[in-house]
Design a protein. Sequence first.
Length: 134
Amino acid sequence: MKHLLMAGAVVALALAGAPARAQDDPTDTDAAAGMFHDVTISTLYAACGSELISAANQAARLMCDGYIAGIADLMKMPDGVSPSACIPAGTAPKAVRFAVLSYLGHDLDHGDWIAAPGVVYALHEAFPCKGGAK
């Protein structure tokens, strides 16, 4: 998981400085650079759900995992995002992605909304902290 988090962070930092532009296809590698400007529920759901093995879909999957990992890291910080989530060490990225996909699948009517709050609540529900953590 640490390697995935590091890879996601590197990709996120590299892509964050790129100019944002509108795109409808999360597997379009040329448009992937703009995906970090306004990642909507629909965009993230499509990127996370791309199952085909191709360079474009691998880029979309990496964006998805990096986006989720970044939010998960913020939720671990003492003064981070509330509510919190406690993802057990060694949890497979696929399991985390599936939890987010399952949660966001119920919000597709609001697909144009920013995805980050949905990811926060998906992780909070799927991986609750024990002992009264926020």
